[in-house]
Design a protein around this ligand. Structure first.
Ligand code: NAD
Length: 490
């Protein structure tokens, strides 16, 4: 395993600044945020906690940049810049992956995949820049009407800590493709790669001021960004409670929002499922990123005929999982912070108090080589009532809630029995049952016989409390253009 010291040496200098108008903005007299390695608790870097004034400065710079050389680029030139950004990020993927592992705790192999995905967003949207076409509308012989797409203006991007870099690029790549400028507020726990990325964008030729990053706390820098009247669209991923605050703030100046919020996604395993295929898929769906993915398959809804056998298999595999520091490429890394660990412990302890049966796990995990890290055991909570807290609330940790059901109809009813509607999966050989499920489940994405199998070009977003709008794919462009309709009378 690469040690933390070796990883830090390979990375070189970690950011200790924000990035506004092509300048490093250092701590000065500001408050600070501490960036820690979740695997060991070690302090990695201290950065400025950006203020309301810093946000106002970044927004004014981004507003001015809308009229500068950025606006004069031909679409194909803008596309080329995005492509170059993707290439540069791919070329530096190993270094960025080390940063993502140290900053967010994820296993190095997963960090590499998410950095590559971050780079791919630039390349995917690079190809769209010169294809943002309008339409013409027939109005008879004496009129001509057409529409064109124009940028919405300054876009704000408020980003969570679970997949830090690719959450930034899946927002700013389509925003830039459509000709907008951006101010990014990364999560206070994981700001490092975002700051590095903005420097990289300017190195490949994105004009100064087009993208700026203000590090800091959500309650100050995030709130100020959402409230700023010159921010015309806000893209946010995170908790439902914060999403509501952002939507309220945006309403005051009628900015549009894309909200990608939480989930309690159902994963149905019907009696005819191929359990050899389903078992690893169920485990990956819930334990990937230590369960800190909004679309994790956290409610396992199982037909009774296979319930006991499947739970035995899941418990055995869960107990065999290797937990450790992300740099050692374990099966599962730590949670993001002690705060998140305590949240997960709280869910487990309350469940124990209600007499819930854990087929495995349920406790913080000890990792002898990294005792300061925030680890929790892979956990299977069995025989959960569909209305129990563990079936209704987002734990955001490696906890699977197993709900036995008697029929496909009951499974579908249980699947829809939460406030969320983000993702849903099913394993079955019965195509009719799978399609019935796909058509009746209230979820933004449905996975049949392969959870999380859609990649980065398929639209992603939620129904109900899981959010508003779509990111990724062509639908991910919709939020970033206004339509101007021009009618000419001949
Ligand atoms: P959060 O929603 O509070 O934070 C996400 C981002 O929003 C961060 O950048 C944060 O600084 C910012 N923010 C916080 N308050 C803000 C405000 N008032 N105005 C503007 N921006 C603000 O998430 P959290 O507190 O870090 O985590 C809490 C829970 O949120 C987790 O347990 C999990 O359930 C959920 N979560 C979901 C996702 C997801 O991918 N959907 C990601 C992270 C967290």
């Amino acid at each position: 395993m690469t040690s933390i010291k070796e990883a830090l040496e390979q990375i070189g200098e970690l950011p200790t600044h924000m990035w506004i108008a092509g300048q490093k903005v250092s701590i000065g007299s500001r408050q600070t945020i501490e960036c820690r390695d979740p695997g060991s608790g070690q302090l990695l870097s201290t950065l400025p906690a950006g203020s309301k004034d810093d946000v106002a400065h970044a927004v004014s710079v981004a507003k001015a940049a809308l009229k500068g050389p950025w606006a004069d680029l031909l679409p194909k030139e803008r596309g080329r810049l995005l492509w170059k950004a993707g290439e540069a990020l791919h070329a530096q993927a190993a270094q960025y992956a080390l940063v993502e592992t140290l900053d967010s705790g994820k296993p190095l192999q997963d960090a590499k995949v998410s950095v590559q995905r971050a780079a791919d967003y630039f390349m995917y949207y690079a190809g769209m820049v010169d294809k943002l076409e309008g339409t013409s509308v027939p109005l008879g012989p004496n009129k001509v009407a057409y529409t064109e797409k124009v940028p919405v203006g300054v876009t704000g991007h408020i980003v969570p800590w679970n997949v830090p870099l690719s959450m930034v690029t899946r927002g700013i790549a389509p925003a830039l493709a459509c000709g907008n400028t951006a101010v990014v507020k990364p999560a206070e726990d994981t700001p490092l790669a975002a700051v590095m990325l903005i420097e990289l964008l300017e190195e490949v030729g994105v004009p100064v001021g087009v993208v700026n990053v203000v590090t800091g706390f959500g309650s100050e820098a995030g709130q100020a960004l959402a409230e700023h009247p010159d921010v015309r669209h806000i893209t946010f991923t995170g908790s439902v409670a914060t999403g509501k605050k952002i939507m309220h703030a945006a309403a005051d100046h009628l900015a549009s929002v894309t909200l990608e919020l939480g989930g309690k996604s159902p994963h149905l395993i019907l009696g005819d499922a191929d359990l050899d295929r389903a078992t690893p898929d169920i485990l990956a769906a819930v334990y990937k990123n230590a369960g800190q993915i909004c679309s994790s398959g956290t409610r396992l809804i199982v037909e009774k005929a296979i319930h006991n056998e499947l739970v035995d298999r899941l418990a055995e595999k869960s107990e065999a999982m290797q937990i450790g520091h992300g740099l050692s490429n374990p099966d599962m890394g730590p949670l993001i912070s002690n705060r998140q660990l305590q949240t997960v412990v709280g869910f487990a302890d309350r469940a124990k108090g209600r007499g819930i049966d854990f087929a495995c796990g349920g406790n913080p995990a000890r990792v002898a080589s990294n005792q300061g890290g925030y680890y929790f055991e892979p956990t299977v909570a069995n025989n959960i009532d569909p209305d129990d807290e563990l079936a209704q609330k987002e734990v955001f940790g490696p906890v699977l809630s197993v709900i036995p059901v008697a029929s496909v109809d009951e499974a579908i009813e249980v699947a829809n029995n939460t406030d969320y509607g983000l993702a849903a999966g099913i394993h079955t050989k019965d195509i009719t049952a799978a399609m019935r499920f796909a058509k009746s489940v209230e979820a933004g994405q449905v996975y049949i016989n392969g959870y999380h199998s859609s990649g980065d070009t398929v639209p992603f977003g939620g129904f109900r409390d899981s959010g508003i709008g779509r990111e990724k794919g062509l639908a991910g462009l919709d939020a970033y253009s206004e339509t101007r309709a021009v009618t000419i009378t001949l």
